[in-house]
Write a protein that binds this ligand. Structure first.
Ligand SMILES: Cc1cc2nc3c(=O)[nH]c(=O)nc-3n(C[C@H](O)[C@H](O)[C@H](O)COP(=O)(O)OP(=O)(O)OC[C@H]3O[C@@H](n4cnc5c(N)ncnc54)[C@H](O)[C@@H]3O)c2cc1C
Length: 281
């Protein structure tokens, strides 16, 4: 973990692009609340295959118009080089200099055709075509990506993204801090010199968290799962327990040198704000 504490701390909040005018208005209010915490940037997700591309860009421009830094995500699955070049050019023309670059996941049932197979190919492409026009964030998986052939292969996949020109990384969320520490140590032993910012998922609803976690391979430790299950529909207890656990996790990460935190907000300000305040940030 030594190498991570040398990087300046970066705090950020992730949104998804709303698909109704009410959702947009609500996101403006969330942005206003979270902006008071003075994050480095907000990021906005991108539907695989380009399904949200206009809304992703629209949301980024909206956040910028409110006076805050915003980074769009871009994913390459099921896209052509031409499509990706066009979207990147659009981002560049809008003055965007910060991206989160991913392979993406297609909804099940759809074939993953496309000219890019893995995110490292996208990063290479961005660097070849656009040089240093963008600061590029990539995804990292302390508990390993669910499709990885092995833990070692997944680390090597991460290494390829860094070598292709990633500037920084944001992790999938996790509740086992040791998985993150080990991942960072292994990156350090491979001389990968980029900040690896922990992704943080506040806990609002157990059923939703369990669904996300099953899909993305983030483990809910048994003791947490059993506690969360025991609260049934008692939303207040789930919230209180989640706040305690996630605040303690963030505190541990920051004390041990994590270079900031990236909150998966699900477009809500409340939990992230409370965690932030409890951390005294
Ligand atoms: C911070 C963050 C933000 C995200 N935002 C979005 C978003 O906006 N939109 C979206 O659709 N998804 C998003 N995701 C989810 C992400 O797209 C999925 O996890 C996706 O399955 C993998 O994307 P990746 O960029 O990590 O892929 P990659 O780094 O390409 O890895 C994908 C898998 O392929 C394996 N792999 C890589 N290279 C090879 C190779 N040469 N041979 C064999 N296997 C290989 C890896 O081990 C891994 O299992 C996000 C995830 C994170 C952590």
């Amino acid at each position: 973990m030594q190498s991570q504490s040398k990087f300046p701390r970066t705090f950020s909040f992730e949104f998804f692009p709303p698909n109704t005018p009410e959702g947009q208005e609500k996101l403006r209010s969330t942005t206003r609340q979270l902006a008071q915490l003075n994050p480095k940037f907000f990021s906005v997700t991108f539907g695989a295959g380009g399904s949200t591309r206009d809304r992703t860009l629209g949301t980024v421009l909206d956040i910028r118009a409110m006076g805050h830094a915003a980074a769009p995500h871009i994913s390459c699955v099921a896209s052509t080089r031409e499509n990706i070049r066009e979207w990147l050019q659009r981002y560049k023309d809008e003055g965007i200099k910060h991206l989160v670059a991913l392979r993406g996941d297609l909804p099940s049932g759809l074939a993953a055709a496309g000219e890019f197979r893995y995110a490292n190919e996208l990063i290479e492409f961005i660097r070849e075509e656009f040089g240093d026009a963008f600061f590029i964030e990539v995804a990292a998986y302390p508990e390993f990506h669910p499709q990885a052939k092995s833990a070692r292969d997944d680390l090597l996949a991460f290494k390829r993204k860094v070598e292709a020109g990633a500037s920084s990384a944001i992790t999938q969320y996790f509740y086992n801090a040791d998985a993150y520490y080990r991942f960072v140590d292994e990156c350090e032993s491979m001389a990968l010199d980029v900040p690896i910012v922990p992704g943080i998922m506040p806990i609002a609803r157990f059923s939703q968290l369990a669904r996300f976690s099953d899909a993305c391979g983030a483990e809910i430790p048994r003791w947490m799962r059993r506690k969360l299950e025991s609260y049934g529909d008692d939303a207040a207890s789930i919230r209180a327990f989640g706040l305690d656990v996630v605040t303690a996790l963030c505190d541990d990460l920051l004390r041990n040198g994590a270079p900031g935190l990236h909150f998966y907000t699900l477009n809500q300000a409340g939990l992230a704000t409370t965690i932030w305040q409890r951390l005294g940030l």
